[in-house]
Design a protein around this ligand. Sequence first.
Ligand code: COA
Length: 272
Amino acid sequence: MPDVFQPDTPFADGKILKSITDGVGVITFNNPDKRNAMSLEMWEGFGRALTELRDDDAVRVVILRGAGGKAFVSGADISQFEKTRHNAAASEEYARRSAAERALLADYPKPTIACIQGFCLGGGMQVAMLADIRIASHDSQFGIPAAKLGIAYGFDGLRNLVSLVGPSWARLLMYTGMRIDAAEALRIGLVERVFPEGELWGETMAIALAISENAPLAIKAAKITIAQVLKDAGERDMDAVRNIGTACMDSADFREGRQAFMEKRKPQFKGR
Ligand code: COA
């Protein structure tokens, strides 16, 4: 993975960077001295970067990555805890201040990929698990050391963990606070693909580019429908599933997809 990135836009004093390459938006957690630990300011900057990439029609997919090669995100910035998270009321306020950004990522309308090298811990796991897909390097490590700090991890984070790895692995990880390596993370379904360090960025970009060449409405239909599948039956928005299905099957892109196949050429999708 290249260490030096060409940032288009810095947020949170440069600790969050946003760039765009070939229709792929990239957000970099850039606080390598602290292993990219997330401060509240970084959450806020992260939200702004996500919003700009969401609203940019040229961007079809977003990659999240950590700078410095040693960590994706090492969790919340523990040095802020004495001031911002020292008891239940402060913790509630802390959670409230980052809730909008987490919701933004959870309901993001474009595909998101977490590109993970090095440590992915605590709040870093929360970010990674909110992404649609996780791609990791062989040297990455995963864990939620909440029990080592005395922190309750919260419902949303644990729901995502349980839905990825099942309740028993979630309990083992949470009760022990243990770290697991990339091979184990792959085996239990926490990450989808694992590559050698030197190939991680290229392979992640290849997946992002493959997504960005496909029909945006078909991807949106898959994203919306899978999100509803994961909800409790009574909470599903089946209208949203039907509406995106109709939009997709009536789209110019579906016509283009059929024609391109018959004409043995590559389709040019417009997202309409
Ligand atoms: N919050 C604040 N600072 C952090 C941090 C975090 N989550 N994670 C790392 N840092 C800081 C360290 O305090 C250290 O600062 P210093 O250079 O001023 O001493 C620096 O980052 C480098 O960390 P270090 O522990 O020396 O590096 P390492 O490569 O040996 O280990 C970690 C990296 C991530 C495994 C280790 O720092 C760690 O366990 N961090 C805490 C992880 C955690 O508990 N996260 C959950 C929070 S909810």
